[in-house]
Ligand binder design. Structure first.
Ligand code: TTP
Ligand code: MG
Length: 625
């Protein structure tokens, strides 16, 4: 990591004495430092209405967190990512040297035309998002907070009031850093029961406009209002104004909304006139493509800081740059997913709106973060309480499962998982806890900062058993499929559907999970108030390739690579596979030399790609050309 630049006056003098090459090197080092500070500042940087420059804020955050374990971990991750980007650049150069560029460009254009043909402008999709949701509910609970700078949560802020945001305070920020940015900030406890009740009231209003309402978290949801507009002879803007007014009348909370032909665009639009506003995208191909051209890639839902930096490494900062660099991006298809990028460039995405996609859930888990825990008894007590919470979640979500995985994170931020499968479906703490304890006891003594239990190889209890057993299931046990709306917070779904799960997407998911787990190890608070199911994979079609019904037939699922191991796989078999997965050196030929793959191997994460190997076909194609 380059050192922080020296104070301005020294810098001015020093710069005069430098050669052009030196100046370029300093500029590059400063750019890298700023990029590092930006990534350190977390996922929701760049919001409007700040009282000081975002770069200054990023620097204060970097200074405040310097020396903390979180900071050191970010330095390590930044270094790894920089290496990975260099590897991508070298790979691109190597492949481009072999390529027939005009042919590559026309192939890219053919794919773009193919993707363009999937554009559907017939449906009016709305994304609704409550304004400063937890904070607004807190003001209702305690009206003295109105107009003040405050954050919700103590160790880590779940959100901040708009007044606190002006100082750079935001979701996911450690409380002690928020205090540095805004010394008069007030911290409030969280009151989940109130957020859940408010969310329910909002949902009741939204359901009047689309019975298939798709809640993405407690405070946001998607609707298809096309039938409502037709039935009531109203424009989209009229429907959305009325809907927002009804939400406010019922809850005294304000909501913003975006109107567009698909979910991705609607989500981007809902942020445009926040708070308490709405924005409608014109349903015109040329208007949409023009809108996308200047849009920074980071604005695409699901394109986080890892994707942003990797694309930046290939010269892509805005969606428009995707076209300019189409040839390079096509040769990098294996790692970046070319079709997904074409969709971002064209502003094309899924326009299906359907309530909670239960069938794609692979596991249910509870994780807790804390300042270091070393005492064996303390750790096992924590595990007991986690198992009890997991039982409640399984009851609420109506799942049972066969594979218990204990996950812990060492004080060095290294993640470890241990799993065991059993012959029957279980869902109670009585059944889960002994397995979790057995797995964890073998690991002791440890010094950890996160502990969790996850149940996978799931069975959906809302689906009646097929076959003769189904006839005997008591109807009272079959609950209607609950949506995921009860979840306190789900991760942002990536709503550009890519054909395959790329290395980049995996890295982004890991990064997002880690951001969520960003605890204040230097703060006064011990337990971070993060909601329990934060580690749940995003409920998106992109990642949930395997249907739940299939997993029943395919045996236990490896918690590392998510592969089903076949019916009748024993615990020994499962653990042998997990060991192999953790230590494997035979990953795909393509990613073998990638620093990402090397890291994934040591982290125990798989880079093995599901589905067809795009690189194989790409290389064949290059050779032919
Ligand atoms: P958001 O909609 O992202 O944020 P917000 O509603 O507070 O503010 P905005 O006006 O920008 O929409 O998230 C909704 C709630 O989810 C938020 O109030 C608190 C919670 N949350 C977390 O618990 N952790 C997080 O990392 C984020 C981003 C939100
Ligand atoms: Mg919100």
């Amino acid at each position: 990591m380059p050192p922080l630049p020296s104070p301005t006056e020294d810098k001015g003098k020093a710069i005069q004495e430098m050669t052009e090459d030196d100046k370029a090197a300093v500029a590059a080092a400063e750019a890298r430092q700023r990029s590092f500070e930006r990534s350190l500042a977390g996922p929701s940087v760049g919001k409007a209405g700040l009282m000081r420059d975002q770069t200054d804020i990023n620097r204060i955050i970097a200074e405040a967190s310097k020396g903390s374990k979180y900071y050191l971990n970010q330095v390590r991750k930044d270094k790894e990512l920089t290496e990975k980007i260099e590897w991508y650049q070298a790979k691109r150069d190597e492949l481009m040297k072999m390529a027939n560029i005009p042919k590559l460009e026309s192939e890219a254009e053919r794919i773009l035309i193919e993707v363009e043909a999937t554009r559907d402008l017939s449906q009016t999709i709305v994304h609704c998002d409550m304004d400063a949701f937890y904070a607004a509910v807190e003001v209702q609970r305690d009206p003295t907070l109105k107009g003040k700078a405050f954050g919700v949560g103590r160790g880590v802020l779940t959100t901040a009031s708009y007044e606190a945001r002006k100082y750079g305070c935001r979701s996911g920020m450690a409380g002690f850093i928020a205090k540095k940015l805004c010394p008069h900030i007030i911290f409030t406890e969280m009151h989940f029961d109130l957020y859940i009740a408010a969310s329910k009231s909002v949902r009741e209003v939204l359901l009047q406009y689309d019975e298939n309402l798709m809640m993405a978290s407690l405070d946001e949801g998607y609707l298809n209002i096309t039938p409502y507009m037709n039935a009531n002879d109203m424009t989209a803007a009229e429907v959305v104004s009325q809907m927002r007014a009804e939400v406010e009348a019922k809850t005294q909370l304000t909501m913003s909304a975006g109107i567009a032909p698909n979910r991705m665009l609607a989500k981007i639009c809902s942020d445009k006139n926040k708070p308490n506003g709405q924005y409608e995208m014109e349903f015109e191909r040329t208007v949409i493509t023009k809108f996308m051209r200047d849009l920074p890639v980071r604005k695409i839902p699901g394109f986080g800081r890892v994707t942003e930096r990797c694309l930046e490494g290939l010269g892509v900062e805005t969606c428009g740059d995707i076209f300019t660099h189409r040839a390079e991006l096509l040769v990098m298809d294996h790692w970046f997913g070319f079709r997904g990028l074409c969709k971002a460039y064209l502003g094309i995405a899924d326009n299906n709106v359907a309530p909670g996609k239960r069938e794609e859930r692979k596991s249910v888990g509870v994780e807790r973060t804390f300042r270091d825990k070393t005492d064996d008894e303390d750790i096992l007590n924590e595990l007991t309480s986690i198992a009890e919470e997991l039982e409640k979640d399984l009851e609420r979500l109506q799942y049972s499962g066969k594979t218990v995985t204990v996950k812990y994170k060492l004080h060095t931020y290294e993640n470890k998982t241990r799993a065991k499968s059993v012959g029957k479906y279980i869902s109670t703490s009585k059944d889960i806890l002994p397995i979790a304890l057995e797995l964890m006891k073998r690991e002791l003594p440890v010094r950890i900062r996160l502990l969790g239990i996850r149940l996978s190889t799931l069975k959906d209890l809302t689906i009646a058993d097929r076959g003769i057993k189904g006839f005997f299931t008591s109807p009272s046990k079959k609950r209607p499929a609950s949506t995921e709306a009860g979840n306190s917070r789900s991760t942002t779904p990536i709503i550009i559907d890519a054909d395959d799960d790329t290395e980049l997407m995996r890295m982004e998911r890991e990064d997002e999970a880690e951001v969520m787990d960003m605890t204040a190890d230097d703060s006064d608070n011990v337990d971070s108030p993060l909601p329990s199911d934060i580690g749940t994979p995003p409920p998106t079609s992109m990642f949930g390739k395997r249907k739940l019904s299939e997993t029943h037939l395919l045996g236990p699922v490896c918690p590392i690579c998510n592969k089903a191991l076949g019916p009748g796989t024993s615990n020994i078999g499962l653990n042998e596979h997990i060991d192999w997965c953790l230590n494997r050196d035979a990953i795909s030929e393509a990613s073998k030399k990638s620093p990402a793959a090397k890291k994934a191997r040591t982290d125990g994460k798989s880079t093995a790609k599901k589905g067809r190997d795009v690189k194989g076909t790409m290389l064949d194609w290059l050779k032919k050309s």
